[in-house]
Design a protein around this ligand. Structure first.
Ligand code: SF4
Length: 336
């Protein structure tokens, strides 16, 4: 059942009053909205915000982005994770510069990295096209308002169908943003604020007392626990790094060597934990001082590494090494 007109009005009023003032909401410029939507995939607004502002200073328009190297854009993206998004954004920018701006959601779907969600968001917000959007927030609102027991792919398909039928065709951009904002601020996954919700009167899960059980949870992939050892090779004022080959989580970024065994010449720097999807990884970090550069690596100074795109665990390992060597704030620390 799509939302009735009265419910749509209540949500629109709530959004005008309670919607957050975010920089990408102050514009209908497709480049700005595109960048924000790509960053917000799998990333919270508070995390994405400083990245967005720094990105727009560094690549203020699609031409500036299209002219940048992959290394530059990965460096600007580092810390946001899911680096494939960033590469596809660069590829997409080059396509737009070569072929012109798409004018419809259908046209946007032909741009690398732009799926149905991003195309709908850009077309509805920037051009007023009646295109729905479904992200995790909308899916959760749908599952609760309709009290739908579906999970995974079924839930996703039904949420799209509901979003299409509930869309406010006169104001699709505001409507889509209102629905996503409701999921982010009120219909939260944990502790939803039903008493302050503009859709409370039409929400079947709230009426049926099933809010905490929606969306229903499908069986999840088992957690995998692993251990890895990073061994930083240190020569004078340089560390050895190598490019991560295609096929890995962080392909194209740079990493320190991984060690399978250590000799007595390795110094223990510490351990930390990091999670990637359902993998829980315990990293052990070592330092080995060398006098000759080994082949197969790029030898970079600390200043150069600051500009080198590296995954979060590699940055943590570097932080340990810099403190250990007395090259970071706080001075040297003893090996643990
Ligand atoms: S009433 Fe509660 S469960 Fe229903 S949409 Fe609002 S916040 Fe979500």
């Amino acid at each position: 059942m799509p939302l009735p007109e009265e419910a749509r009005r209540a949500l629109a009023q709530w959004f005008r009053r309670a919607g957050r003032d975010l920089p990408w909401r102050r514009t209908k410029d497709p480049y700005s909205v595109w960048v924000s939507e790509v960053m917000l995939q799998q990333t919270q607004v508070a995390t994405a915000l400083p990245y967005y502002e720094a990105w727009m200073r560094r690549f203020p328009g699609v031409e500036a982005l299209a002219q940048a190297s992959e290394e530059e854009v990965l460096a600007a993206w580092q810390g946001l994770g899911y680096y494939r998004r960033c590469r596809l954004l660069l590829e997409g920018a080059r396509r737009v510069v070569a072929e012109g701006w798409p004018a419809t959601a259908k046209g946007w779907r032909a741009i690398p990295g732009v799926g149905r969600y991003t195309a709908g968001a850009i077309a509805s917000i920037c051009y007023g096209e009646a295109a729905p959007v479904v992200d995790g927030n909308v899916e959760r609102v749908y599952a609760r308002v309709v009290d739908d027991l579906a999970t995974d792919g079924d839930l996703h398909r039904r949420a799209w169908d509901w979003a299409e039928r509930s869309l406010d065709r006169a104001n699709p951009g505001d409507w889509n943003q209102a629905l996503m904002e409701l999921g982010a601020l009120v219909c939260r996954r944990d502790a939803p604020d039903c008493s302050g919700c503009p859709l409370r009167a039409w929400c079947l899960a709230a009426i049926n007392g099933t809010v905490a059980a929606r969306p229903a949870v499908a069986r999840r992939t088992a957690t995998v626990h692993e251990s890895r050892t990073i061994e930083l090779l240190w020569m004078g004022d340089r560390f050895a790094v190598r490019r991560i080959p295609p096929g890995g989580w962080w392909e194209g970024l740079w990493e320190f060597p991984e060690a399978s065994s250590a000799g007595p010449w390795s110094e223990e720097l510490g351990t930390f934990r990091h999670s990637v999807t359902h993998h829980r990884i315990r990293y052990r970090v070592r330092l080995r001082r060398v006098v000759e550069g080994e082949e197969g690596f790029s030898w970079r100074t600390v200043a150069e590494l600051a500009e080198t795109p590296m995954p979060a665990p590699q940055r943590k390992a570097l932080g340990l090494a810099l403190r250990y060597l007395g090259l970071a704030e706080g001075g040297p620390v003893a090996a643990r």
